[in-house]
Design a protein around this ligand. Structure first.
Ligand SMILES: [Zn+2]
Length: 274
């Protein structure tokens, strides 16, 4: 089953393999109507995609994915319909990107101590965009022959609690929700089936959380059913997307592959502050 929209898409501006132009091109080829570019901690890819899709049947929704929480609990928030140039948002993202560089560098040092040095210049090269992430480190590890694929790199070394893992500096989700709102957008909680539901979902909801990502490739049918119920209880808009980072190891392209209802876009738009 597929749909005419995808609300969770990464580009080379963060850790995706495809440029905004490639993603927009593919979305048009697949007849998509809506595409939200939700890069990690940058709106550069979204801005580029918005400009590229102008005058086509595709509407690009400027978005962003922001990691919040800290050592005990990590969550990802998706912002939709944000002003990609809003000064408060840009300031927040810039600070977070700088922190990411330090964290990934420290993780690379751990890997070296574990007998798996990766050339730092190569990691930077793999991060063609401006946002460094663990997948870049994982790709460098694959190249060095330490692991068979990115999944193994995360499972054995880079994942939460693994030997080379370093937790993020805590970021208050309420502060991020406020900035997304100030930038004219709405926020949804990303892949709660994978990250787990926050202990204080009610607190996030009170702080202005609007959506819950229900449809995601990592979610089982049971997750979808359970999350739909939670969305109904809290009156959250069920959202979804493929969390596209490029073609999968099997070459499959999941862009637009999640069964997200088309009215989701209008439901989110309606909740944007004016
Ligand atoms: Zn994502």
């Amino acid at each position: 089953m597929s749909s005419r929209l995808d609300l969770h898409v990464h580009t080379t501006a963060s850790d995706g393999l495809w440029s905004p132009a490639q993603v927009v091109h593919e979305a048009l080829a697949r007849g998509l109507r809506y595409l939200a570019i939700t890069d990690h901690e940058t709106t550069r890819g979204a801005m580029e995609a918005v400009a590229l899709a102008r005058g086509t049947p595709l509407e690009v929704i400027p978005g962003v994915e922001i990691s919040v929480g800290g050592a005990e609990e990590e969550l990802d928030l998706l912002g939709y319909f944000v002003d990609p140039t809003h000064p408060d948002l840009l300031r927040l993202l810039e600070g977070m990107r700088a922190e990411r560089v330090g964290r990934i560098q420290a993780m690379a040092e751990r890997l070296a101590r574990l007998g798996m040095p990766v050339p730092w210049e190569r990691v930077l090269e793999l991060a063609r965009g401006d946002v460094l992430g663990r997948p870049h480190l994982a790709r460098a590890m694959v190249e060095q022959g330490y692991v068979a694929d990115e999944a193994e790199a995360f499972r054995r070394w880079l994942g939460r609690g693994r030997p080379a893992y370093i937790p993020r500096r805590p970021v208050d989700p309420r502060e991020v929700l406020e900035i997304i709102r100030a930038a004219g957008g709405v926020a949804a909680l990303a892949h709660p089936g994978r990250s787990g539901l926050p202990r204080d979902l009610e607190g996030l909801w009170r702080a202005g959380l609007v959506g819950l990502e229900v449809f995601h490739p990592d979610h089982s049918p049971a997750d979808v059913t359970r999350l739909m119920t939670i969305a109904r209880i809290y009156d959250l808009v069920p959202t979804g997307g493929s969390d596209f980072h490029g073609p999968g190891p099997d070459g499959r392209i999941l862009l637009g592959a999640m069964p997200v209802p088309e009215h989701t876009v209008e439901r989110l738009r309606e909740r944007c502050p004016r």
